[in-house]
Design a binder for this molecule. Structure first.
Ligand SMILES: [Mg+2]
Length: 202
């Protein structure tokens, strides 16, 4: 037990967000309101400041991280990322098997879908996370590390696949056809989250 794994995951993600904040904000400038990178960077700095030793296990740490994002990140991103992490934390397995971690990540995706009401093809983070979880489940028999790596690769492919899509959810949907041709900012940041998971949770 202990919360070192979850803390490492969140620290890695926070570093990726900080490094890529300008790029994320630029994507959001093109099809949203130009705040995704700065918003996420503020939230993940707050998450990175959480003291891991205060939490008995990874699940408790992730729930706290989710609550922190809800309270520090505005727009749609705070509630969506916050819901994801709170659900993952609540479902985190006592024994960190590939199947257990996969079920927790699946609970997180279900939370995002319930909250955001997006389906595959809407040009959102769901377009990256859905194939990521499918790839995870398909590779889970080879262990958590292999499954996480498969998930990260599928997540990146899903992210890339958002570029030609016309947005049907969120602020980008107001642009209609003009939203096509830009990679979705949420799919971009969530791929960093899954890539960070592959580096820390296996
Ligand atoms: Mg925005």
């Amino acid at each position: 037990m202990g919360s070192e794994k979850a803390a490492a995951w969140m620290a890695d993600f926070a570093a990726q967000i900080h490094e890529n904040a300008a790029m994320l904000t630029d994507l959001d400038r093109q099809i949203g309101d130009a705040d995704h990178g700065s918003n996420m960077d503020r939230g993940m700095k707050a998450v990175a400041a959480i003291t891991a030793a205060d939490f008995a296990d990874d699940g408790a740490f992730l729930k706290k991280a989710g609550m922190t994002l809800v309270s520090t990140v505005g727009g749609a991103s705070g509630p969506l990322y916050g819901t994801f992490l709170m659900r993952v934390g609540a479902a985190w397995p006592a024994e960190e098997t590939a199947e257990g971690i996969g079920a927790a990540l699946r609970a997180g995706l279900d939370g995002i879908v319930q909250r955001g009401k997006a389906v595959v093809g809407d040009k959102t983070m769901v377009d990256a996370l859905t194939p990521a979880l499918e790839a995870y489940d398909a590779a889970a028999g080879q262990g958590a590390q292999a499954a996480l790596e498969a998930a990260a690769a599928a997540c990146a492919a899903g992210r890339d696949g958002t570029t030609p899509l016309v947005a049907r959810k969120g602020r980008a949907s107001y642009l209609g056809e003009r939203s096509a041709g830009v990679q979705d900012p949420g799919a971009t940041s969530v791929t960093m989250l899954v890539e960070a998971a592959a580096r820390t949770l296996g």
